[in-house]
Unconditional design. Structure first.
Length: 332
């Protein structure tokens, strides 16, 4: 099946005004959470890795917005927006980031490496492509249980170059599993630019080798992402098999908060800065008469207040006791 390239017009969408404002809310909430995570890292309150999705908000939010509540989500560390759309609370997010006792990992991890089975969120693991076979296995199990659910999995441009990508996607294609794989082409696999990773015209072109649809979308356009993912999810739910969606965007900060991204040409960052997904969508809503300055300001204040309260609560929460480190590791 031929690879197609789509660019949905921000003006054309069958989403209601209320849904459009929800998209904006989740994108702004994602950005504010990322700002708080970096600040906590700089203050020494987050130890280890701190990862952000700045520049990726439209991809994370637009894709997850196409899912139903019973669908499965296998996100990466830049997909905080997808967690939020799926129903993850700010309290859970910051307890996890700060490795507190009542976090979803019981304080054993301070990043996005966690699962929340109640929300059907699984992952991620550091070897990112290793999630693909697991997600495909969940898609198979879901079909055997007749759940009518779809599994959405995310991978980066770098992760699309390893063996698990081929093995998992090939299995999903052959078995026509309800699986959607989103490749976040954010220009760099840590410090390796895409020009040194592959020679295909686009990553979605790889779909042809598996006999499945491949779609490339503007990853800074939340409506383009949503429309492509909705089509892919609907197709998967009908039993027609997987789709590969390539979202072209830019990682606007380093691989982690410890990486200054000095290897990225400043002119490239400036070029992508002009395509900021949040600013682009806000302009569209204002020009469409859906958003005004008053509502924009009140929404921003509401989000900042909610994030600050969640951070304060998480910072005040206790760390796990040392003896709890053995829980779930050794059999009594």
């Amino acid at each position: 099946m031929n690879t197609t390239r789509t660019r949905a017009s921000l003006v054309k969408s069958d989403l209601s005004n209320a849904d459009l404002l929800k998209l904006l809310y989740f994108m702004r909430l994602t950005r504010e959470c990322d700002i708080a995570i970096v600040r906590l890292y700089q203050q020494g309150k987050i130890v280890g890795g701190a990862y952000t999705g700045r520049g990726n908000e439209a991809t994370a939010v637009g894709s997850a917005f196409a899912l139903a509540s019973n669908d499965y989500l296998f996100p990466m560390h830049r997909d905080l927006g997808a967690h939020l759309v799926k129903g993850q609370s700010l309290r859970a997010i910051f307890l996890q980031q700060l490795a507190r006792q009542n976090s979803l990992t019981g304080g054993r991890d301070g990043t996005g490496h966690y699962a929340d089975p109640a929300l059907r969120i699984y992952g991620n693991v550091s070897h990112l492509a290793a999630m693909i076979p697991v997600a495909v296995g969940v898609a198979l199990a879901s079909r055997l249980r007749h759940e009518g659910a779809v599994v959405m999995n995310f991978i980066g441009d770098g992760g699309s170059n390893v063996g698990e990508f081929h093995e998992g996607l090939n299995m999903a294609a052959v078995m026509k599993l309800p699986f959607v794989l989103i490749v976040e082409n954010n220009q760099y696999a840590y410090s390796t630019p895409v020009s040194k990773q592959f020679t295909a015209p686009c990553l979605a072109a790889r779909a042809q080798g598996y006999g499945i649809p491949g779609v490339t979308v503007d990853g800074t356009d939340v409506l383009a992402v949503y429309e492509a993912c909705r089509t892919a999810v609907d197709r998967a739910r009908k039993g027609l098999g997987p789709t590969l969606v390539e979202s072209v965007t830019m990682r606007m900060q380093g691989h982690s908060a410890a990486d200054d991204a000095a290897y990225v040409p400043p002119t490239l960052l400036e070029e992508w800065k002009r395509k900021d997904p949040l600013e682009q969508f806000e302009r569209h809503l204002i020009e469409s008469g859906i958003l005004d300055d008053g509502r924009r300001s009140s929404l921003g204040a509401e989000i900042v207040d909610a994030v600050e309260k969640a951070v304060e609560e998480a910072v005040a929460a206790p760390y796990p006791e040392g003896k709890e480190a053995e829980d779930g590791v050794f059999h009594p």
